[in-house]
Design a protein around this ligand. Sequence first.
Ligand code: ADP
Ligand code: ZN
Length: 600
Amino acid sequence: MNRRVITIPWLLIIFILIIYGAAVYSMRGYSESVSARELDTMLENSQNIDSVVISTSSKNNTGTVTIMNKSGDRYQSSLTDTSRLAARLDESGIDYTVQAEPAFDLSIGTLLPYAVMLALFVILMRLFLGGGMGGGQNSRMMNFGKSRARLNTETDLTMDNVAGMVEEKNELQEVVEFLKSPQRFREMGARIPKGIILVGAPGTGKTLLAKAVAGEAKVPFYSISGSDFVEMYVGVGAARVRDMFEEAKKNSPCIIFIDEIDAVARRRGTGLGGSHDEREQTLNQMLVEMDGFAQNQGIIVMAATNRVDILDPAIMRPGRFDRKIVVSKPDVAAREAILKLHAENKRLGPDVNLGRVAQTTAGYTGADLENLLNEAAIEATMDDRPYISQKDIDDAFIKTGIGKEKRSKVISERDKKITAYHETGHAILFHLLEDVGPVHIISIIPTGEGAAGYTMPLPDKDDSFITRGQLKHMMMAAMGGRIAEELVCDDITTGASQDIKQVTKIARAMVMQYGMSDRIGMINYDDNGDDVFLGYDIAHSKTYSNEMLSLIDKEVQKLVDDCYAAAKELIMEHRDVLEKSCTLLMEKEKLTGEEFAALF
Ligand code: ADP
Ligand code: ZN
């Protein structure tokens, strides 16, 4: 194991110390020692002398003399009898001062150079002798691979701090019990998994959940992130893993939490180009450690990732991370619970309806919701209001979700009109198509993220499966913007590019992933392009024929064409609404769902 790694910060520290030491040393002044004879000669040429200082020792008559000449050079000589020199100087009429020589000069000026040199020496010893000096691995002082895992004090979090996630919490309850009293499980002969992998999008509360388990069981919580290991020098990652487990074993029962485990635990041997050694070493060390402690030793390793598909299968073997818990994005009820939890320490006005906020925030994670309320609180504070109002939350919603509305931005009448038609086109379809929920807000106020306007639906369902009909309706609603433009303007604009992208994505997924096309059936043609793993993908490249490819294209095309025709027909039937809504939007810039529905 190579631990003698000189890192840039260390080199920088050494460099600064050297410069500093040199500077201090030169400032203090350097005096050349001279013999008694040379001293004599100097005193004879008294016109060259600038000053003379005699330092007398307290005990007897001995001491030193320091002579500075006119050009600033300093000479020093020791004296056996200071009074004799004094007498001689009096005789030749040279001015001098006498001072008592301190037993020890403890001023910073004299000590600093020595301190700096000592520090330098220690650092150099650490770097170059490494673990060898204090007895190999046990030498903590030399230990550069020392784990950066932190003994977290935040373990006062409990399951009450986690809203929603009923099943996840239930699944982890046995882990909590185990950590509380491993002995009970051991006696019963029950096997508790060593490793649990939490899979879910960022911000869904994986870290929170792991902390809550530790807090609930009142055990230490060590956390480290997989990305800490990346870009590290060879061997350091593995050493760090080893140290972390050593530390954990001493403090068991405890939890080790590895965030972003995918950074180290990617499928081995994938990717183009080398330099994956470090990652592999780190991963190997982790597997060795996990195999190395007994099932019931009281250490639970929890790891988080949002991509379970790219993990090395080796880490999922029995005895390693053999339990997988999926942490999904919260549904309506869970969103409301999370909002309530985070609203506890906030002052909400009477008009705030968290249930409604939960309804409009499909797809938001726990972290997003927390952020939403925080933004609303900031908004209310900035306006000096005593409570957070529903409007604050709506504004925060637009700020966090779509980008802050930019009322100040000047837009031409033409652009405004096109946007009004475009958004109304979406809105009409949202209103008419049952599966995509009624309209919540239509706005032609540009957002910070470059959209000229937006139409926000208010889905009243929160199903986890999406039906074929629903997907088609989503495609149709996305096409509404362009169709409206076509119907009323002479030309079409570039404004629909995002909509087109979405339509394409849905149509391709329906054909290639969901088996929703009759002619292709239940075959997956999604090659799951993941650039990072180009090597892997190349090895598994296209297993289907060119005929199949063109059939896929045809099916996608047909799906899109059918939806387009259906959507166009619906909008043409409601041309009056299109015109009325456009006029109203030009006037008010923003319509609520009720105002819009009244137009029908
Ligand atoms: P992850 O580790 O999945 O990226 P975190 O655990 O770091 O997500 O979550 C970030 C923040 O989001 C938490 O600190 C918490 O404030 C909030 N949060 C997420 N999920 C929940 C939840 N279920 N209940 C309460 N707060 C949550
Ligand atoms: Zn659009």
